[in-house]
Design a protein around this ligand. Structure first.
Ligand SMILES: Cc1cc2nc3c(=O)[nH]c(=O)nc-3n(C[C@H](O)[C@H](O)[C@H](O)COP(=O)(O)OP(=O)(O)OC[C@H]3O[C@@H](n4cnc5c(N)ncnc54)[C@H](O)[C@@H]3O)c2cc1C
Length: 341
C-alpha cells in the first residue's frame, strides 16, 4: 500500500514508523511550517496530573506501548531519546498533603505515588524546604532528536519530501497513493477536507534556562509546582508550559513568558541564565481525545491528529491503531473517531 503522510511532528513520525514497520510504501512531506508543537515540547509523560492528582487517560495501557515503541526506534536509529524520571511536587499546604496522602492509599495509584522528605539534588536550589509528593513511572521523550534523526533516516531512503501539501496539491498527488494521511498538528483546523471538528487550539511557551549551581548537571528528577521544571542536560532546564486558547483567526500569538518568570522567582533560589524561549500551538480538542478517521468528502484522505497536550504518550498507541486501520481495515475506536461529536 502506498501512503503519503503529511506533517512530520510526533504524530507523522509515529504513524510513518508504524506503517514502514508493517511494510507499507510511505512518503513523508513536511515544510517546517511556523508554530509546530513538537519542537517546543518537553516530551514529558506524567502519569498523575492536575490539582486533583488524577491518573492520565489509559496511562497503564499506553505507557508500555510507548516504552516499547520508542525503544524500537532508539535501536533502529542508534539514538537515545527515552529517559525515565520521578516527578516531585511540593506538598506545601495541609490540603495538598492530605489529598496526596489519600491518593497514595488508593490501590490504583499505590505503585506510582509516594512521599519524600526533600527534593534530593534539587533541594539546595529551591526556596521551598518541606515535604514532597513523588510520582514514579514518568518519562521524557527527546522530540527534537527523534524528529531530526527520523527525517535523516527517511531522507537517506528518498522517502522525505520537503514540501507543503496544500489542498490542490493533495488532490493532484492523490492518484499516486492509496491514502493521504494529514498529520498537520494545529493546521488540521484549516484543512478543508475535515471541516467542523471540535478544535480548541492552545498556544503555549516554555523557557530554557541554565542553572548555575554545582549539582545542576546531575539533576534527573522533574519538579512540578504550577509549572514543570524538566532537566535536559548540562544544567539546562525546560520550564513551562503556559496555555492560552488561540484560534487561527486571531493574530499570530506573541510568546508571553510572564507566568514563567513569576514561577521562577517563586521556586528557585539558585542563580540561572535565560537561554531561549520555545513556543508552539497544540492541536487540542474540546473533549481532549485524538482525532482519527477519513474525510467525508474524499475517502482516501485521512486525519491522524488531536494529540493535544500529550503527544509523547498518545502517539505510539494511536499510530499503531491507525496503521492497523489503514493497512488491515480494522475498526477505529469510537473514542477517537472523527464522527464521535
Ligand atoms: C510549549 C509546549 C509544551 C508541550 N509539552 C509537552 C510535553 O511535555 N509532553 C507531551 O506529551 N506533549 C507536550 N506538548 C504537546 C505536544 O507538543 C503535542 O501533543 C504534539 O507535539 C503534537 O504533534 P503533531 O505532530 O500533531 O503536531 P506538530 O508538532 O505541530 O507537527 C505538525 C507538523 O506538520 C507540518 N505540516 C502541517 N501542515 C502541513 C502541510 N500542509 N504540508 C506539509 N507539512 C505540514 C508542520 O510543519 C509540522 O512539522 C507541548 C506543547 C507545547 C506547545
Amino acid at each position: 500500500m502506498r501512503i503519503l503522510v503529511v506533517g512530520q511532528g510526533i504524530a507523522g513520525t509515529a504513524l510513518a514508523w508504524a506503517l514502514l514497520r508493517r511494510g507499507a510504501h510511505v512518503h513523508v512531506a513536511d515544510a517546517d511550517l511556523p508554530h509546530p508543537a513538537s519542537t517546543a515540547a518537553a516530551g514529558l509523560i506524567n502519569p498523575v496530573t492536575g490539582k486533583f492528582y488524577v491518573k492520565t487517560w489509559r496511562y497503564d495501557e499506553f505507557f508500555p506501548v510507548a516504552r516499547r515503541f520508542y525503544a524500537e526506534i532508539e535501536a533502529a536509529l542508534g539514538i537515545r531519546i527515552w529517559s525515565e524520571a520521578r516527578v516531585l511536587r511540593p506538598l506545601d499546604t495541609p490540603k495538598a498533603a492530605n489529598d496526596w496522602d489519600a491518593r497514595c492509599g488508593d490501590p490504583a495509584y499505590a505503585r506510582l505515588l509516594g512521599v519524600c522528605a526533600d527534593a534530593g539534588l534539587w533541594q539546595p536550589m529551591l526556596t521551598y524546604n518541606g515535604l514532597w509528593g513523588e510520582t514514579r513511572g514518568a518519562a521524557r521523550v527527546d522530540f527534537p532528536q527523534l524528529l531530526s534523526a527520523f527525517r535523516a533516516h527517511l531522507a537517506r531512503q528518498g522517502l522525505f519530501l520537503f514540501q507543503k501539501i496544500m489542498p490542490e496539491e493533495a488532490l493532484r498527488v492523490a492518484a499516486d497513493y492509496d491514502a493521504v494521511v494529514f498529520c498537520e498538528g494545529w493546521r488540521g483546523a484549516l484543512n478543508p477536507f475535515f471541516p467542523n471538528l471540535p478544535w480548541r487550539l492552545t498556544a503555549g511557551e516554555a523557557l530554557l534556562i541554565r542553572l548555575k549551581a554545582p549539582g545542576a548537571p546531575s539533576l534527573r528528577d522533574v519538579l512540578k509546582k504550577n509549572l514543570l521544571f524538566i532537566p535536559l542536560s548540562d544544567g539546562l532546564v525546560w520550564v513551562g508550559a503556559t496555555y492560552r486558547h488561540w484560534s487561527p483567526t486571531d493574530p499570530v500569538p506573541a510568546p508571553n513568558t510572564a507566568a514563567i518568570e513569576e514561577e521562577l522567582a517563586c521556586v528557585l533560589r539558585a542563580p540561572f541564565e535565560r537561554v531561549s524561549v520555545a513556543s508552539g500551538i497544540r492541536p487540542t480538542v474540546r473533549d481532549r481525545r485524538p482525532l482519527l478517521g477519513s474525510s467525508a468528502q474524499r475517502s482516501e484522505f485521512f486525519m491522524f491528529n488531536g494529540l493535544g497536550t500529550k503527544g509523547a504518550l498518545l502517539a505510539p498507541y494511536w499510530a499503531e491503531h491507525m496503521a492497523q486501520h489503514l493497512l488491515k481495515g480494522s475498526a477505529l475506536s469510537p473514542e477517537v473517531r472523527l464522527d464521535r461529536i
